[in-house]
Design a protein around this ligand. Structure first.
Ligand code: PGA
Length: 235
């Protein structure tokens, strides 16, 4: 099974010119590039080998929903994948498991491949509640797509490892991936949280991991290229 690498640009870069430049540098087979909404179209026309993803969507199809973007609108500009339930949205915008579930269902209905992010905080981990949290996020998150769970890529992203430069250990990640596959009928689980070209190999060489979701390191063409190359070694 080939490894999937997701480049989550988050709210970067600030200009269209920079976005186009980064897209050119990131046009790699096996990579899913997820730029901010305003750059989707330009990035779509730049990418030839890489696939296009979005960082969010809304569950309704059309209408009076100010600021929101639908699955159909994303599909129209060439989007194939969509990140849903990222912890930054859960924490900063109050996105709940129920909202995440509606978004997952809307993505599948609209013909997009969802990437569902799950993960525990440091306090939850320390309190021995990590598995409980993941179980709840998966159970509710996938509750509206029963029978089609395998179409959803799960990104295990421990919140304490995101943007901290302190990734999870490959051993713990493996345990969590096994746990996720035990409790949900999913095929692909990828890891996210401070993945760089320096540490990517430790994660990607593990058989049970299907790839990586890369934030900070995806903003540098050279870094993301190296990570994709490492992923190819373990396809
Ligand atoms: P990071 O972000 O690689 O910067 O830790 C990962 C993510 O939040 O998707």
């Amino acid at each position: 099974m080939s490894k999937v690498i997701v480049a989550n640009w988050k709210m970067n870069p600030s200009t269209l010119a920079e976005a186009k430049k980064l897209a050119k540098e990131s046009d790699l087979e096996g990579l899913i590039v997820c730029p901010p909404f305003p750059f989707l179209e330009a990035v779509a026309s730049t990418l030839k080998a890489a696939k296009l993803g979005a960082q969010d969507l809304f569950w309704e199809e059309i209408g009076a929903y100010t600021g929101e973007v639908s699955a159909g609108e994303l599909k129209n500009v060439g989007v194939e994948y969509v990140i849903i339930g990222h912890s930054e949205r859960r924490q900063n915008l109050g996105e709940t498991d129920q909202m995440v579930a509606k978004k997952i269902a809307a993505a599948i209905k609209g013909g997009l491949k969802p990437i569902l992010c799950v993960g525990e905080t440091r306090a939850e981990r320390n309190a021995g509640r990590a598995e409980l949290i993941i179980e709840r996020e998966l159970e509710t998150g996938l509750s509206l797509v029963k029978g089609r769970e395998a179409e959803v890529i799960i990104a295990y992203e421990p919140i304490w490892a995101i943007g901290t430069g302190k990734p999870d250990t490959p051993e713990n990640m493996s345990e969590m991936v096994k746990f996720i596959k035990r409790i949900a009928l999913v095929d692909k689980v990828i890891y996210g949280g401070s993945v760089t070209s320096e540490n990517a190999e430790k994660f990607l060489k593990k058989k049970d991991i299907s790839g990586a979701l890369v934030g900070g390191a995806s903003l540098k063409g050279k870094e993301i290229t190296k990570i994709v190359e490492i992923g190819k070694k373990y396809n």
